[in-house]
Design a protein around this ligand. Structure first.
Ligand SMILES: Nc1nc2c(c(=O)[nH]1)N[C@H]1C(S)=C(S)[C@@H](COP(=O)(O)OP(=O)(O)OC[C@H]3O[C@@H](n4cnc5c(=O)[nH]c(N)nc54)[C@H](O)[C@@H]3O)O[C@H]1N2
Ligand SMILES: Nc1nc2c(c(=O)[nH]1)N[C@H]1C(S)=C(S)[C@@H](COP(=O)(O)OP(=O)(O)OC[C@H]3O[C@@H](n4cnc5c(=O)[nH]c(N)nc54)[C@H](O)[C@@H]3O)O[C@H]1N2
Ligand code: SF4
Ligand SMILES: [Mo]
Length: 720
């Protein structure tokens, strides 16, 4: 290793791996793992490509203003100064708020799981709340609902979003619709270590992906039928007495009586609708495997579990999460060593602006249709945002990253919605199909050109105890500014400087850090971070009970009942499947789901040669026999046909799939000039944009989650 190595961390995805950066003659040349950092055992190919991302020739370097109408192919970009850009944004937002109320301005951001917006996302939220808009569109319904908000209706807490899997001490690890080998390196490495020391691993996934190959039980569920599987596992557990009797008695509402029957009785009868042989018929998982997995869950407990996008993007997401949360409650593993634990956090001042929330704020878009859904918490679904933009309730959008039209289903509707806005500003690293629709585009720095404060690394107690001030490795390219800087600059222009330390970020950091006893000087002197000794407390619920209306874990949710939803978890066939739509099954006989790529974050990074060379083209995973019956051989270009149109991809054989299930990949649009690999239009006949042919509806009635992971399609050889 030549040159200096600087302790840092990579925030390009949720793993936020501890790393050391190599800087030579003022140039960032390489990123290496930092095994002394709690998340630093390894870094992935994307982290290794960080210098290439930073120095990519197509980075945005100056603020731009559109000079042509929004529906022109050529936006007619004109370079402007930061002052011009920020003044223009400030004036437009103030005038819209004055005429139509702050709720007429929508905000959005990239997900902190797929981008370095994690550096600034709490500050973005503070800005939105201080400005007075309840309308924040941030993929909550696709990416966070199942881990953070749906569990509130069972636990009154974010399990597994905040009650993290204690992988280092788990007896049984349950990954359900989650593939950390692709998605979260730190979880993958510690799971491999846990399995090596004898922990049992259960993976529920329609594909034999990642750790499924190492699992004691791989349950190949039909996409979207996970609730039936969870209820069946719970049935086996109840029938055999494989549950924590004391926890159920003392800490759940099992003994409550509703309509003359105990909640326990209601739950047991619901689960009895799904004995293993019935569940096999629904889910495709062999009955014997269901029994065996239930036994392992009980015998190998404590159970640490994690679920993610395999379960979030369905018409039945909320009930599925309820079913899994109830199953998990029965194991008695919550907040015990080796279960899912709320690790102690370094004390700090919250800065997300929760103090600006009040009952007198205007309601978020979507609250009337789904009063218990994300809108209740001031998050707006993509579909609701598009509808509100098209019917002009929302007139402007301020977007901190995020590639909205590519990331939500029904891209063409997304484009129409964004074109309808009076005003749209996007802060981004690169020009994207979404940014192209903006009036003003602001260039942002990569995380390696900017400073950020990270309090806790959301992985283990040790990781939560670490505070790190990531330092810029090199100066920003061009005039790029960090999201944090943009938030503070904009806040002062909106007359909100009083809530933002008059634009002084350092003063804001000092405020945030005050209760920790750590100073900025400590952090600057210790770029690898400062550790605060913290001791985990377990079973914290024993102090005050759970934060639910009953103070117990709610196997039965009176809140759901009061709104007309099933109060005991239930399974409903995905609303668009060959079984629920026999009228469409002849033309679209296959079930379509999708998954992330190891080499790219979501819709990003196809322009980066080091990554694109490993995955040059969009893929469609298909069973060899399904392909053969359509005259398709491995590597052929195929047409993926849904009721909404067709897009192209290369056939990739995957014999681990059920022959009736295929897997697509979203996010394909960008060219890689260095490799001479083409881009694909986001819309129209030659598109490879999976979300062009997926719909956001019919969605989950409670959360509005879109059915991106269980819909219908057919596949045909593409005549090229
Ligand atoms: N390399 C890389 N890392 C990433 C990202 C990325 O794009 N690339 N994105 C980041 C983001 S934003 C997120 S949300 C996380 C997501 O992380 P994950 O949720 O782990 O992402 P996926 O691999 O898409 O989905 C997990 C698994 O769900 C399975 N699955 C699909 N449909 C179903 C179903 O109906 N039921 C079940 N049980 N499983 C199903 C898929 O086969 C897949 O193996 O990753 C983050 N990290
Ligand atoms: N079909 C299908 N659709 C999906 C998914 C799926 O699995 N299948 N996954 C869904 C999920 S889980 C999620 S989270 C969403 C993700 O959707 P998005 O959050 O929109 O993520 P990306 O598509 O990666 O786009 C990120 C955008 O932000 C920019 N960016 C990157 N880093 C920064 C930064 O630090 N600051 C700023 N200002 N901009 C930055 C990138 O250049 C890019 O334009 O997509 C959802 N869409
Ligand atoms: S997994 Fe890769 S992209 Fe994600 S934080 Fe780690 S090194 Fe960065
Ligand atoms: Mo996500």
């Amino acid at each position: 290793m030549g040159g200096d190595t600087v302790p840092t961390f990579c925030p390009l995805c949720v793993s936020r791996c501890g790393a050391r950066a190599e800087v030579e003659d003022g140039t960032f040349v390489a990123l290496h793992p930092d095994p002394s950092h709690p998340t630093g055992k390894a870094i992935c190919v994307k982290g290794k490509a960080a210098p290439e991302i930073l120095y990519h020739p197509s980075r945005l370097r100056h603020p731009l203003r559109r000079t042509h109408p929004r529906d022109f192919a050529d936006p007619g970009w004109e370079q402007i100064s930061w002052d011009e850009a920020l003044d223009a944004v400030g004036e437009r937002l103030m005038s819209l708020a004055a005429s139509y109320g702050p709720e007429s301005v929508g905000f959005s951001s990239s997900s902190p799981s797929t981008s370095a917006i994690s550096d600034a996302v709490d500050w973005v939220q503070r800005l939105i709340r201080a400005f007075g808009s309840p309308n924040y569109c941030n993929y909550m319904e696709l990416c966070g609902w199942g881990r953070y908000l749906a569990p509130l209706y069972t636990f009154g807490a974010c399990v597994p979003g905040e009650y993290l899997p204690d992988l280092e001490n788990a007896g049984c690890i349950l990954f359900w619709g989650y593939n950390p080998s692709v998605a979260r390196l730190a979880h993958a490495t510690s799971t491999v270590a846990a399995v090596a020391r004898g922990a049992k691993l259960i993976v529920v996934d329609p594909r034999k992906a990642g750790l499924a190959a190492k699992a004691d039980h791989w349950l190949r569920v039909r996409p979207g039928t996970d609730a039936a599987l969870a209820l069946s596992l719970t049935h086996v557990m109840i029938e055999n007495g494989w549950y924590d009797v004391d926890f159920v008695r003392d800490w759940t509402n099992a003994a409550d009586v509703v309509g003359g029957r105990t909640v326990w009785d209601l739950l047991a009868s619901r689960c009895a609708e799904f004995p293993p042989d019935v569940a096999q018929g629904i889910t495709g998982v062999p009955a014997a495997d269901i029994v065996a997995a239930a036994r392992t869950i009980w015998e190998a407990r404590p159970v640490a579990f994690y679920t993610w996008s395999g379960l979030e993007q369905h018409s039945g997401t909320t009930q599925t999460m309820r079913a899994i949360n109830v199953l998990y409650a029965l194991t008695g593993s919550l907040d015990v060593p080796g279960g899912n634990v709320l690790f102690e956090e370094v004390p700090s001042n919250p800065i997300d602006g929760a103090e600006f929330l009040s009952d007198t704020r205007p309601p978020a878009v979507g609250v009337e249709e789904r009063p218990l859904g994300p809108a209740r918490f001031e998050f707006v679904t993509g579909e609701d945002f598009y509808t509100a933009a098209l019917d002009r309730r929302i007139k402007a959008l301020v977007s901190f990253g995020g590639n909205m039209v590519m990331a939500h289903g029904d891209s063409a509707r997304g484009r129409a919605a964004l074109q309808t806005l009076d005003f749209f500003v996007q802060a981004d690293l690169f020009m994207t199909p979404t940014a192209e629709l903006a009036d003003i585009v602001l260039p942002v720095t990569t995380p390696f050109e900017s400073e950020a404060l990270k309090i806790g690394f959301e992985y283990s107690q040790e990781a939560q105890s670490l505070v790190q001030l990531r330092q810029p490795l090199v100066p920003p390219r061009g005039e790029a500014r960090s999201d944090l800087q943009i938030v503070f600059d904009l806040a002062t222009r909106l007359g909100l400087g009083g809530h933002f330390w008059d634009g002084d970020i350092e003063a804001a950091f000092r405020h945030q850090l005050a209760p920790s006893g750590i100073t900025l000087e400590d952090l600057r002197a210790n770029p690898a971070g400062v550790r605060v000794p913290l001791t985990t407390r377990y079973r914290k619920y024993a102090d005050t009970g759970f934060n639910t209306p009953s103070r117990k874990v709610e196997l039965y949710s009176a809140t759901l009942a009061a709104h007309g939803y099933a109060p005991i978890p239930t399974f409903e066939e995905p609303l668009t499947s060959p079984r629920s739509r026999p009228d469409l099954a002849d033309r679209y006989p296959l079930v379509l789901s999708c998954a992330k790529s190891l080499f790219f974050c979501e819709t990003q990074h196809r322009q980066v040669a080091a990554l694109r060379k490993s995955a040059p083209e969009p893929q469609l995973e298909i069973h060899p026999s399904t392909a053969a019956s359509r005259g398709i051989t491995a590597g052929d270009w195929v047409s993926l046909i849904t009721p909404y149109g067709n897009v192209r991809a290369r056939a990739k054989f995957n014999a681990s799939l059920d022959p009736g299930v295929v897997f697509g990949q979203h996010g394909w649009w960008e060219a890689c000039d260095e490799l001479g690999l083409p881009g694909y239009p986001p819309y129209g006949p030659k598109s490879a944009n999976l979300n062009l042919v997926l719909s956001q509806t019919p969605s989950d009635p409670i959360s509005g989650s879109s059915p991106l992971r269980a819909s219908i399609c057919d596949v045909a050889l593409l005549e090229v």
